[in-house]
Design a binder for this molecule. Structure first.
Ligand code: NAD
Length: 431
């Protein structure tokens, strides 16, 4: 990834412009966020010290509906990163045709150094800081890196306290007990699994017995691994920050999942220090080998799924990749230079704005249920997720084939940019 994620997003837009049916003036408008609020957040920590944090909320584009996007807590958050992520949310909601625009929020902090109470105070202060710009019909935050259903509960409570009544619809990704939806936690991994199946159908290949390597075994990676495994694919490698496990015959995904859910690391699993009730003797297969995250990326597999961090497929390692397809579960895992090389090598890439859209689709379903004051069973949520992400996949492939575009990312971007531009054209330029 370019050092500046915003430049990276602009480069992706520029690559799509020559194929997109978008007026140049409108296209230029789409390169600028509507607004970004920067907030200063003094918080009295549990230690008694006062620490001053900085946070942002960027609202990128609202032509298609209320702003939508997560909030991340991370030491490397910058205004430009938040703006780039808000742009990507705009293209993602447009591509999967949700009636939303795009937004993102971030707070510069190291959550590992904060207590639960510190995190609650920081979240509440941040919510107060951005409170005037969010709302069920205005801008609806959700979890992102290092934020979770508990964070959303604190945001919802803080907002509701100011309003004087409960407003569950102001955030999505909430706990079930306060208006969350079944299926939200595993939605992104389920979407990744669904688009991988669709890709194989499109390529006229059978997913069963294909080999898959997944970088990252967190929320997205572990759920994608479980569902792909259940679907008959062979997950041969996965990793976390401690390193990767590899077995060419396939990993015992269920045992590894139980180990990680119990707080274990992948390297401990490989070393035989298995938590979560599974033992090596219970494992269906041999002991896996320990390899590095870098080695995982270049394994000879059918599908590579980066599901950890940004910028892992770069100009430095792209020539060593041996997978025939890449499904981008993480946001921005491929740099612009590496992306061009993948296209030249005819390696199919399902872009992040499509592959990981399952999360925002189910967030939308949560928001709709809150508006209806009605809750749906898990089967309804999963069926609607499958219908929506499947339709977005089919439209992307149709665009790719009929316009003879260089790759699926260009197809996804042209669709998203055309939809957003059309909304701007119909609405016109105020005043
Ligand atoms: P997570 O924190 O649950 O898991 C991240 C995983 O990546 C962990 O296994 C972690 O150990 C591993 N990891 C962290 N740093 C690493 C490194 N440097 N090298 C290798 N592995 C590393 O996060 P998540 O929610 O699973 O999100 C993963 C990616 O998917 C992120 O890019 C996120 O933006 C994207 N995403 C998540 C969602 C969602 O609903 N959770 C939605 C859309 C996109």
């Amino acid at each position: 990834m370019a050092d500046d994620p915003f430049e990276n997003m602009l480069a992706q837009m520029d690559r799509a412009e020559e194929y997109a049916d978008v007026d140049h003036g409108v296209f230029e408008r789409l390169k600028h966020p509507e607004r970004t609020l920067k907030v200063t957040l003094p918080v009295e920590l549990e230690s008694g010290e006062v620490e001053v944090f900085e946070g942002y909320r960027c609202q990128f584009d609202s032509a298609r509906g209320p702003f939508k996007g997560g909030v991340r807590f991370h030491p490397t958050v910058t205004q430009r990163e938040v703006e780039a992520l808000a742009g990507w949310m705009t293209w993602k909601t447009a591509l999967v045709d949700l009636p939303y625009g795009g937004a993102k929020g971030g707070v510069i902090c190291e959550p590992k150094d904060l207590t639960e109470r510190d995190l609650e105070r920081l979240t509440r202060r941040y919510t107060e800081g951005i409170r005037r710009m969010i709302g069920p019909e205005i801008d609806v935050p959700a979890p992102d890196m290092n934020t979770n259903p508990q964070t959303m509960a604190w945001m919802m409570d803080t907002y509701s306290m100011y309003e004087g009544y409960s407003v569950p619809q102001v955030v999505t990704g909430k706990p079930l007990e306060i208006g969350g939806t079944p299926g939200r936690v595993e939605a992104t991994g389920r979407g990744v699994s669904l688009v991988t199946e669709r890709l194989f159908e499109y390529l006229d290949r059978d997913l069963s017995d294909t080999t898959i390597a997944i970088q990252g075994f967190g929320n997205v990676g572990s759920n994608a691994a479980r569902l792909l495994d259940e679907g008959g694919a062979n997950v041969v490698a996965t990793s976390d920050v401690s390193g990767a496990a590899y077995d060419p015959n396939g990993l015992d995904v269920a045992a590894l999942g139980a180990h990680v859910d119990a707080g274990g690391l992948v390297e401990e699993y490989v070393a035989g220090e298995i938590r979560g009730g599974a033992s090596t003797a219970d494992s269906r297969w041999d002991d896996p080998d320990q390899i590095t995250n870098a080695e995982l990326l270049t394994l000879d597999v059918d599908v590579l799924i980066p599901a950890a961090v940004e910028g892992v497929i770069t100009a430095d390692n792209v020539d060593d990749l041996r997978a025939s397809a890449v499904v981008e579960a993480a946001n921005g895992p491929t740099t612009v230079a590496a992306d061009k090389a993948l296209t030249e090598r005819d390696i199919q890439v399902v872009p992040d704005i499509l592959a990981n859209a399952g999360g925002v689709i189910v967030s939308y379903l949560e928001w709709v249920q809150n508006a209806q004051e009605f809750s749906w069973p898990l089967e309804t949520v999963n069926a609607e997720l499958e219908r929506r992400i499947g339709s977005a996949f089919d439209k992307t492939v149709e665009q790719y084939d009929t316009k003879e575009l260089p790759d699926l990312r260009t197809a996804a971007y042209t669709l998203a940019l055309e939809r957003t531009a059309k909304a701007h054209e119909y609405r016109g330029l105020f005043p």
